[in-house]
Design a protein around this ligand. Structure first.
Ligand code: SIN
Length: 496
């Protein structure tokens, strides 16, 4: 199935992880239409393999399998579910390196980052294997002596999990870990750019003995994705949807879920401000900026999207940041030392190029980069720094999702906060300050669901991930991640 030398070695060492079939009801299946779609390595443009191009009929089979499996999975004990998740986690740990190589191959990120993603992704299964046993109810003091008020948490049923390409491992485990721990079964739709990581995870789930139908993966091309999403949202057999992706698609799924008043968790786009106040330690801010901006080539929902730097530290911050950026090594993520890989596909590449062209045409200054890096491949774009940003530029309002740093200068805390909050999005925000009063003031006023204070990397299985405003609904990870997959049942026992 897969052709490049790197993948041939991977195949020889770990054949069982590389799947060219989808996974439904414990079986590896082609599409009922027998159609396939090609998956390419974004670093080289080579086709690395094909996956089944499934449609609504395959999705219906997966939903029915998950609905049947739910009948028994919901009645397993929390301890049993914990053990299944732990076994799955242990197998992920054993297969860490090969999973990382598959991520690099199809998502293009540097191997060192893919290793980090696999560690991060695995940690959700470990975390939820522990959390499964702590989905507690309550006994609430009753106002009536003859009645008892009990509260239990129950799994909602079949969950449709629609996952993005930017974290093909972690965004599946963050959802599926919570769903399985809660007692839900899943139909997973991975992104068309990155189906192989999802399928490798299913192979390990099968080895872990997770019963058939509990986890299903439906793969498809971009063309078939809308009909699959639509069926997941509208099928009466699906109780809830968890989606990570663009705000535009999130709004569509939200509308589609409304017909069945379906539960929906949405992790959508951000427009994260990264504020450096005069009181900041500039060296720390530069380090945080690099980590936050260049993770996965800027293709991360929580990537800093607008850098706001106060007047006194502006020159020092910009000079140091530009130097760091000029030292980044670009290239194929399979090569040692590479820190910045390609953009995922032509749509993303064109968007990033157009945003830079738009900003430059409206007066932005390019301090470094500013053009494609075609010497590495068709989808590479130079890490870029733009200054003199104005509100009429697309980079001001749109999520860049690429290696572009836009820098604004501001004078006062009020002005910095006004610019930071002047967006419909509210996922993550970051700021650097050594002034304690300012830290608490700004953390309170930033309109975001997640706030990094003197820290550029905030994601971890233990913390609630999610946004406000148009960045989404619900939280993933942490004990709050269980809420999207459970409902509360109140039981009143009377005549006591
Ligand atoms: C995302 O980009 O959607 C997730 C990033 C993260 O979990 O840190």
């Amino acid at each position: 199935m897969l052709k490049t030398p790197w993948i041939r070695t991977l195949q020889a060492r770990s054949m069982h992880l590389l799947k060219d079939k989808a996974f439904i009801d414990g079986q590896w299946l082609p599409a009922q239409s027998n159609k396939v779609f090609s998956v390419t390595n974004p670093a080289t443009g080579e086709v690395i393999g094909t996956a089944p191009d499934m449609d609504q009929s395959d999705t219906q089979s997966a939903i029915e399998a998950a609905a049947t499996a739910f009948k028994t999975w919901q009645d397993t004990t929390a301890k049993d579910r914990s053990h299944f998740l732990r076994k799955w986690y242990d197998l992920m740990v054993q297969n860490h390196e090969n999973l990382a190589k598959i991520v690099t191959l199809e998502a293009g990120k540097p191997l060192v980052e893919s290793r980090g993603e696999v560690t991060y992704g695995n940690s959700f299964i470990e975390f939820f294997s522990e959390e499964a046993r702590r989905i507690h109810g309550e006994i609430i003091p009753s106002p009536t002596p003859t009645k008892k008020i009990l509260v239990e948490k129950h799994p909602i049923g079949v969950a449709g999990l629609i996952a993005p390409w930017n974290f093909p491992h972690a965004m599946i485990t963050r959802k599926a870990g919570a769903a399985l721990a809660s007692g839900c079964t899943c139909v997973i739709k991975p992104a068309e750019d990155t189906p192989f990581t999802a399928l490798a995870l299913m192979e390990l789930a099968q080895q872990a003995g997770i019963p058939k139908g509990v986890l299903n993966v439906v793969t498809s091309s971009r063309e078939n994705a809308p009909q699959i999403g639509n069926l997941l949202c509208e099928s009466p057999l699906v109780a809830g949807i968890s989606f990570t992706g663009s705000t535009q698609v999130g709004k569509l799924l939200y509308r589609q879920c409304s017909s069945g008043i379906k539960r929906i968790g949405l992790e959508l786009g951000g427009n994260a401000p990264f504020i450096v106040f005069d009181s900041a330690k500039v060296g720390n801010a530069v380090k945080g900026a690099m980590a936050s901006k260049f993770r996965n080539c800027g293709q991360t929902c929580v990537s800093s999207n607008r850098f706001l730097v106060q007047r006194q530290v502006y020159d020092s911050f910009v000079d140091q940041l530009v130097k760091e950026i000029q030292g980044l090594k670009m290239g194929n993520g399979q090569e040692a030392g590479v820190q910045v890989g390609p953009l995922i596909n032509h749509t993303q590449f064109d968007k990033v190029s157009d945003l830079v062209k738009d900003a430059v045409s409206k007066g932005a200054k390019v301090l470094t980069g500013g053009k494609p890096a075609t010497q590495f491949g068709e989808l590479f774009y130079e890490p870029t720094v733009l200054t003199d940003i104005k509100e009429n530029m697309r980079v001001y309002t749109e999520e860049v999702f690429g290696p572009i740093v836009n820098i604004f200068r501001f004078e006062t805390e009020e002005e910095g906060l006004r610019i930071a909050n002047s967006t419909e999005r509210g996922l993550a925000g970051y700021f650097y300050s050594e002034d304690v009063a300012q830290i608490f003031r700004v953390a309170r006023k930033l309109e975001v669901g997640m706030c990094g204070v003197n820290e550029g990397i905030i994601s971890t299985a233990e913390a609630p991930f999610g946004g406000i405003k148009e960045s989404g609904l619900g939280r993933e990870g942490s004990h709050h991640g269980i809420d999207d997959f459970t409902y509360i049942k109140y039981i009143c026992v009377g005549n006591l």
